[in-house]
Design a binder for this molecule. Sequence first.
Ligand code: NAG
Ligand code: NAG
Ligand code: NAG
Ligand code: NAG
Ligand code: NAG
Ligand code: NAG
Ligand code: NAG
Ligand code: NAG
Ligand code: NAG
Ligand code: NAG
Ligand code: NAG
Ligand code: NAG
Length: 731
Amino acid sequence: MAVAGSGSFQNGRIASKRLMMLVALLLVPCCLGHGFRDEDHVEVEGIGSSCMGSERRALLAIKSDMYDPGDRFSSWTGEDCCGWRGVACDQATGHVTNLDLHYPYTYDKWDISDIMKTMGGSKVNPSLQELKHLKYLDLSMNNFSHAPVPKMIASLVHLKYLNLSYAMFDGLIPPQFGNLSNLHYLDLRGWYDDHLHVNDLDWLSHIPSLKYLDMSLVDLSEATNWLCIINSIPTLEVLHMKNADLSYVPSRLPTFNMTAIATLDLSRNSNIMSAMLRWLSNATSLENLLLSGCGSLTIESLQVALGALSNLKELDLSHNFLKGEILGILNNVSSRGLKQLDLSRNYLSGDIPQNLWNLRHLEYLDLSRNANVTGHIPAVPGNLISLRYLFLRRNMITGEIPPSIGNLTNLVFLDLSFNNIVGSIPETIGALIHMEVLYLDHNQVSGEIPATIGVLQNLHELHLGAQSFKRYYSFKYGSNISITRSIPLLKLTGSLPSSLGNFSAMVEIQNDTKSVLCIYDYYYGESILIATKGSMVEYTTILWLVTCIDLSNNHLSGEIPKELTKLLGLRFLNLSNNHLTGRIPEKMGDMKQLESLDLSVNSLTGEIPSSFSSMHFLARLNLSYNNLSGKIPTSGQLSTFDSWTYVGNKDLCGTPLPACPVYRTPPDARVKDDEQLERLLEYTSIVVGFVVGFWLFIGTLIMKQAIRFAFFRWIDKTSNRDLQNFDLGVT
Ligand SMILES: *[C@@H]1O[C@H](CO)[C@@H](O)[C@H](O)[C@H]1NC(C)=O
Ligand SMILES: *[C@@H]1O[C@H](CO)[C@@H](O)[C@H](O)[C@H]1NC(C)=O
Ligand SMILES: *[C@@H]1O[C@H](CO)[C@@H](O)[C@H](O)[C@H]1NC(C)=O
Ligand SMILES: *[C@@H]1O[C@H](CO)[C@@H](O)[C@H](O)[C@H]1NC(C)=O
Ligand SMILES: *[C@@H]1O[C@H](CO)[C@@H](O)[C@H](O)[C@H]1NC(C)=O
Ligand SMILES: *[C@@H]1O[C@H](CO)[C@@H](O)[C@H](O)[C@H]1NC(C)=O
Ligand SMILES: *[C@@H]1O[C@H](CO)[C@@H](O)[C@H](O)[C@H]1NC(C)=O
Ligand SMILES: *[C@@H]1O[C@H](CO)[C@@H](O)[C@H](O)[C@H]1NC(C)=O
Ligand SMILES: *[C@@H]1O[C@H](CO)[C@@H](O)[C@H](O)[C@H]1NC(C)=O
Ligand SMILES: *[C@@H]1O[C@H](CO)[C@@H](O)[C@H](O)[C@H]1NC(C)=O
Ligand SMILES: *[C@@H]1O[C@H](CO)[C@@H](O)[C@H](O)[C@H]1NC(C)=O
Ligand SMILES: CC(=O)N[C@H]1CO[C@H](CO)[C@@H](O)[C@@H]1O
C-alpha cells in the first residue's frame, strides 16, 4: 500500500506543481489581452475593479446553492465581487472571468470518501450561465449529490479551463461540451461511486487546442473510436484515461499524430494491448507513460517502445503479467533520463543485472513481487547514483547486502523484505544518511545491528522481523511504523522456537494486551492514528515528529533516566506496570509535547516535579500506585486531573487529594546524574520472561544521535546477555 502509493504521490506532486504554473498562467492573461502596461498595473491594482451588478447577483445566487460549513464565502460581501475569494475579473471590462469554487480540502488524503461523508450537498445554480465571460471554472471536490453534469456549462464558450473532477456529478457527460472550443484544460475525472459515462467522444474533436484532458474513472466503453479521437488532437500534452473501460483498439492503428504528448496515463484498462505499445513507439515526446494493470503486454513490444522512447522519464508497467528477463528490459532503455521505473507485480525473471546502475538518473525503481527475480544485489559502483527509492520486496534475491550499498547516498526508502538475503547488515549502511524507511524483514539477515545505524537521523521505520514473527499490522490510514528488533540468535539456525510466539501475541491491537502501535502516514504527513489498548486517538495536525513509547507491563527496573527527558518531541509515554524506582526526573516537564503520560503501578518515590505544570498539552496523566510523596503541584494542567491520577500514593497530598499536613517538608530533591541512560536501557530489556527484542514505536526523527547510539549499543548488549540466561529449549 505504502509502496504503491509513493509512486502515484510523486506523480501527483509533479502534476500539481505543473498545475500551479498553469493556474498562474491562466490568471495573468486577463490583463495581457487588453493592452496592459506596467504603469497601468500599479494604478489599477490600487483602485481595484468593481463588478457588474448582474454578475454579482449571479454569484450570490450560485453561493446560495453551495455547501458552506464555515468561512468558505466569508469574503463574499460588499459590492466589489472581483475581490471575493475565488473570483477574478477582467481588469479592463470588469467582467467576471475566473470562478474557483473547488472545495478547499486537500485531496491527496488517504481516504477522501471519509472526508466527504461529512460534506453537505451543493447544487449548480442556473445563474452560472449569466457569467458569460468566464474563462476559468473550477467546481472540483464538491458534493453535487449525483446530479447530472449541467449542460448549461456548454454555453460558457470562453472557458479555457474547466474542472469538474471529484465533484460527484453523475450520468452522461454532455456532448455539448464540444462547443467549448477555447478549452485548453478539461478535467472530468470521476469518483468511485459515480457513473459518469459518454456515448461517444466525437465532440472532443471540436476542441482544437486542448492540452490537458482527464477522463479517468469515466466509463468510455461506448467510445469505440477513442484512439482516433485523441489522435486527432495534436495539441494534447497530458492525457489521463485511467480506469476508464477503454475498448479494444483495432488492429490497424492510425498514423501516430500526437506530436505533443508528454504524459499518457492509460492504467487499469484491460484492453490496452501490445499493439498500442508499438504504436506509442512514435511518441518521441513522451515523458511519462503509465500503463499499470493493462493486462496483456508482451516484453517484445515493451522492448521496442523502450528503445524508441528516448525522452522517457517515468514508466509504470506494474501489474502486467510481463514475462521475460529483466536484463532484456534494462538493455533496451534508450532514455538516458529515466527517473522512475515500476516493473513490480509481473513475472520477470533472471538476476538483477549490473547494468541497472547504468541508469544514472533513476530515482525510483520497483522490481518487487516478481517472484523469479534472483541473484545478488549487484555491487554499487560509485556515488553518482540518484536512486532514492528501491523496492525489491518478495523476490528470490540471495547473497549478502554488498557493503557498497553505502554508495547509494541518496536512498530514502529501501525494501529488501521477503527475499533470501543472508549475512549481516553492513556498517556502510551508516552512509545512507537520507534513509527514512528500511525493510529487511523476512530474510536470513543475522548478526548485530551495526551501531552506525544510529547516524541515520531520518530513519523512522526499521523492519527486521524474522520469519516466525507476526508482528505487522495494517491499518486503513497508515503504514506500519515500528522499530523492531529481533534477537541475534548467535539470529541458531532454522526456525525460531515456538515459545517466541508468546511475544507476538503481546502486540495485538484492540485486545487488552501490551504494545502500542504508533502509526502515522509518512507520505501524506497529515493524519496520525495512535492505537492504544482498545482505543484509537486520531490526530489531524501535521506531525512529522510523532513519537510514542510504550514499555508498559514489562519487568523494567531501576530509575527513569533523565536522558529520556531529552526526547522533546515525545507525545505518548507509557511505563506503567513495571518495577521502576527512584524519582521522576526533575526535567520531565521539559517534554512539553507530552499528551499522555502513564507512570502508574511502579515504585517511584519523591515528589512530583514542579516542572510538570509546564506540560500544557498533557491530557492524560496517571501516576497512581507508586510511592510518591509531597504536595501535588497545583498550577497548569495538573489542576485539571482527578484524584484517580494520584491514588495509591499514600504520602501524596493536596488537591485533588486531601490537604497536606502543615509540617510536611519536601524530601531531598537531588537527582543522580549519568549512568542513567544505561539504566533506562537496562530496565527496558527485561521483558516478560525473555527479551526477544522489544517493540519500540517511535519516530526517531527527534532522537538525538547520541541517545540513539547508546540505545542501539544497549540493545545489542542486553539482548545478548539475556539470551544467555534464557533457555530456548533448542539444542
Ligand atoms: C452528498 O450530499 C448529500 C445531500 O445532498 C448527502 O446525502 C450525501 O451523504 C453526501 N455525500 C457524501 C459522500 O458526502
Ligand atoms: C452547441 O452546439 C450544438 C451543435 O453541435 C448546438 O446545437 C447548440 O445550440 C450549441 N450550444 C449549446 C449551448 O449547446
Ligand atoms: C482539478 O481539480 C482537482 C481537485 O481540486 C485537482 O486535483 C486537479 O489538479 C485539477 N485539474 C486541473 C487540470 O487543474
Ligand atoms: C493529424 O493532425 C493534423 C493536424 O495537425 C490533422 O489535420 C490530421 O487529420 C491528423 N491526422 C489524423 C490521422 O488524425
Ligand atoms: C512511426 O514513424 C515512422 C517513421 O517516422 C513511420 O514510418 C511509421 O509508420 C510510424 N508508425 C506509426 C504507427 O505511426
Ligand atoms: C533490445 O535489446 C536486445 C539486447 O538485449 C537487442 O538485441 C534488441 O535489438 C533490442 N531491441 C530493441 C527494439 O531495441
Ligand atoms: C518461476 O520460478 C519457478 C521455480 O523457481 C517456476 O516453477 C516458475 O515457472 C517460474 N515462473 C516464471 C513465470 O518464470
Ligand atoms: C563504493 O563502495 C565501495 C565499497 O564500500 C567503496 O570501496 C568505494 O569507495 C565506494 N565508491 C565510491 C565512489 O564511493
Ligand atoms: C504492514 O506490514 C504488513 C506485513 O509486512 C503488510 O502486510 C501490511 O500491508 C503493512 N501495512 C501497511 C499499511 O503498509
Ligand atoms: C484478539 O482479538 C481477536 C479477535 O478480535 C482474537 O482473534 C485474538 O485471539 C485476540 N488475541 C488475544 C491475544 O487475545
Ligand atoms: C499504559 O499501559 C497500561 C498497561 O498496558 C494500560 O492499562 C494503560 O491504559 C496505558 N496508559 C495509557 C495512558 O494509555
Ligand atoms: C502464555 C502463553 O501462551 N505461554 C506459552 C508460551 O510458549 C510456550 C511454548 O510454546 C507455551 O508452552 C506456553 O503456554
